[in-house]
Design a binder for this molecule. Structure first.
Ligand code: 13P
Length: 398
């Protein structure tokens, strides 16, 4: 499969041109139909979808040097919690005002290559009446979309959960593409204190693989996100052990579902001790464990590793990313943070129109710091006390 896919991809130019993803124009390239190798009981069926070239370009665009992803796809319930923390009601108008502030931050595209949106935002306009998607494209930021339908209890497990959303996913992803989305996100979680059970890990991996195949079939680069939650008092070695198991299964099922590795992005948790572990790890230790995990489990065909922040403080998430970029890596090692990009920004805004500029400046400060960390050039100087505060919440939902 690998060599067949590779030869299909050779002719593609490396980076997605802005005009190619403006306003959801359908640009199906190099249609490659289902092909079979010589017949026989053991012959393989090789598939490469009609979007193969475009998927590779989109993934490379998002994984471009010095840039990463702004995750702003909080569900309405989670967004409500964020707004409540600054004393605002969870209304559509308040969500719109906050997200307008984020997408219109001047020059954001210098540091941010992609923005993950919740469905409401994909179809929403800014407070000035421009489509949010159009504003992002003008900023040279690729719009993405959260497509999972959230976590529910996994019957038969040790109080673990599974991620819903496969029903109707093909038609939803096709519609999101038309609306301008070019990549997708599916977040499932694995809990270390609750096991994790073999059942929960398999279910998480299988769901991610089915989602990834469906997203690619409809032109969206899938972000594959099995979040290993920070919850627990275990040490870093235990996280490493669980992460190895999880990523082995994820890649097993991705391959089984004929997902094209050149057209995906990963969103792993960094390998850290549990949040309640007494022994803390330095950025160098986190980088060493995390890179060891990636080298063991992630094929170099994958273009980008876009970490989640998972409750780390803004500064911690940036320092850890910077430590991972002190030498060359086979993949683009970058960020896809929500809390670690937005926290100070949200507090600075506080729901007041007169604070919009100051809030945008803090977003740009964080985005620039992480851009530097992607390039391995972040020094950590001049950071505020607010940016050093951890944001871990037990049993965090998204
Ligand atoms: P955090 O960076 O806040 O963990 O969120 C990233 C995300 O998108 C979770 O799915």
């Amino acid at each position: 499969m690998a060599s067949a896919s590779a030869s299909l991809l050779k002719s593609s130019s490396p980076v997605l041109d802005k005009s190619e993803w403006v306003k959801g124009q359908a640009i199906r390239q190099s249609t490659v139909s289902v092909r079979s190798l010589p017949s026989g009981p053991s012959s393989l069926t090789i598939r490469a979808g009609s979007y193969a070239d475009e998927l590779v370009k989109t993934a490379k665009t998002v994984a471009s040097p010095g840039r990463g992803i702004l995750a702003m796809d909080e569900s309405n319930a989670t967004c409500g919690k964020r707004l409540a923390s600054i004393g605002l009601e969870n209304t559509e108008a308040n969500r719109q005002a906050y997200r307008t502030l984020l997408v219109t931050a001047p020059g954001l595209g210098q540091y941010i290559s992609g923005a993950i949106l919740f469905e409401e935002t994909l179809y929403q306009s800014t407070t000035d009446g421009k489509k949010m998607v159009d504003v992002l494209v003008e900023q040279n930021i690729v719009p993405g979309i959260k497509v999972d339908k959230g976590l529910v209890p996994l019957a038969g497990s040790n109080d673990e959960s599974w991620c819903q959303g496969l029903d109707g996913l093909a038609s939803r992803t096709a519609a999101y593409y038309q609306q301008g989305a070019r990549f997708a996100k599916w977040r499932t979680v694995v809990s270390i204190p609750n096991g994790p059970s073999a059942l929960a890990v398999r279910e998480a991996a299988w769901g991610l693989a089915r989602y990834a195949a469906i997203a690619q079939d409809n032109g969206l680069v899938p972000i594959v996100e099995p979040e290993i939650l920070l919850d627990g008092d275990h040490g870093i070695d235990r996280t490493f052990e669980v992460a190895q198991k999880v990523w082995a299964e994820v890649f097993f099922y991705l391959a089984e579902n004929n997902v094209m590795f050149e057209g995906i992005l990963l969103k792993p948790s960094m390998v850290t001790p549990g949040a309640e572990c007494k022994e803390k790890a330095t950025p160098q230790q986190v980088a060493e464990y995390t890179l060891k995990l990636l080298h063991r489990r992630i094929p170099p065909a994958v273009p980008g590793i876009m970490f989640l922040s998972g409750g780390q403080s803004e500064v911690e998430a940036t320092l850890n990313l910077n430590a991972m970029n002190q030498g060359p890596n086979p993949w683009h090692v970058s960020f896809s943070y929500a809390r670690a990009l937005q926290n100070t920004c949200l507090k600075t805004w506080g729901g007041r129109p007169e604070n919009v500029k100051a809030a945008q400046d803090t977003l740009l400060t964080r985005a620039k710091a992480n851009s530097l960390a992607q390039l391995g050039k972040y020094t950590g100087e001049g950071e505020s006390e607010e940016a050093k505060k951890g944001m871990f919440v037990k049993g965090y939902v998204y």
